[in-house]
Design a protein. Structure first.
Ligand code: MLT
Length: 242
């Protein structure tokens, strides 16, 4: 899931997919219901997820799906745990690192969140997450979810995003089937970011979802389900037996 969200982001997926796939939907360390930590890194998030797969006896490779910050983690997961990855779904995310000014702002925001609470980030992001068609109720629901995030976890994730690697140089190493999805009106990771990823990953598929901003799975749940379900069904029908 993205920042500063939780596994609730994927709440609409199970009804369509749970009959044929095992869905593992974590709350990332320090967010949602996961325990709080002072320090996290993208590598640490990725290793957490690998540890979770071990705990769940999930030895077979998995399809890793990440939205925004979740995409940053998916890139790192691929670099660190490549043998565990059957395919990637990269939604509303970017391969570029933070520019120096953005990195400086992350540090400032982290300080502010520690002093004043997660509402700082919730208020700043609420207006940018959604496309113009999103309802006031949806915006308010997610503002509240963000505001209820633990401040330590939010500040830690901000620093982790600030320090993340540039994933552009390793796009060419990704040799698993990859689906890139982006909301047509995504203001935080716009279409150009998705196109960079799509160009960099050989054979990847790009799907642009009309009527969605950055929160494609909750703004257009039906379209998102169809795109993801179609990708998975194709992947597993064509997978060699065993
Ligand atoms: C997210 O949705 O995860 C964040 O907007 C990503 C970011 O701030 O870089």
């Amino acid at each position: 899931h993205g920042f500063p969200l939780s596994g609730l982001l994927w709440a609409h997926l199970p009804e369509a997919l749970a009959d044929r796939y095992r869905l593992i939907v974590p709350d990332l360390h320090g967010l949602g219901r996961s325990s709080v930590t002072d320090e996290v890194t993208m590598a640490g998030f990725a290793d957490d997820l690998s540890g979770l797969l071990d705990q769940l006896d999930q030895a077979e490779p998995v399809v890793v799906m990440g939205l925004s910050m979740g995409g940053y983690i998916a890139f790192e997961f691929f670099r660190r745990h490549q043998r565990r990855v059957r395919a990637l779904i990269l939604a509303d995310t970017r391969a570029e690192p933070d520019a120096p000014e953005a990195a400086r702002q992350r540090s400032e925001t982290a300080q502010k969140v520690l002093a004043e609470g997660s509402g700082v980030v919730a208020d700043a992001m609420a207006g940018k997450l959604f496309g113009p068609g999103a309802s006031t109720e949806l915006r308010e629901q997610w503002r509240q979810i963000m505001a209820s995030s633990d401040r330590q976890g939010v500040a830690a994730a901000l620093r982790a995003m600030r320090d993340r690697a540039d994933s552009r140089p390793t796009l060419g190493d990704i040799d698993v089937p990859t689906l890139v999805v982006v909301g047509q009106d995504d203001a935080l990771t716009p279409l150009a970011c998705a196109e960079t990823i799509h160009r960099g990953i050989r054979g990847s598929r790009l799907e642009v979802v009309p009527g969605a901003g950055h929160m494609t799975p909750v703004e257009q749940p039906e379209q998102f389900r169809q795109i993801v379900g179609g990708f998975l069904d194709e992947l597993y029908e064509h997978a060699p037996a065993g």
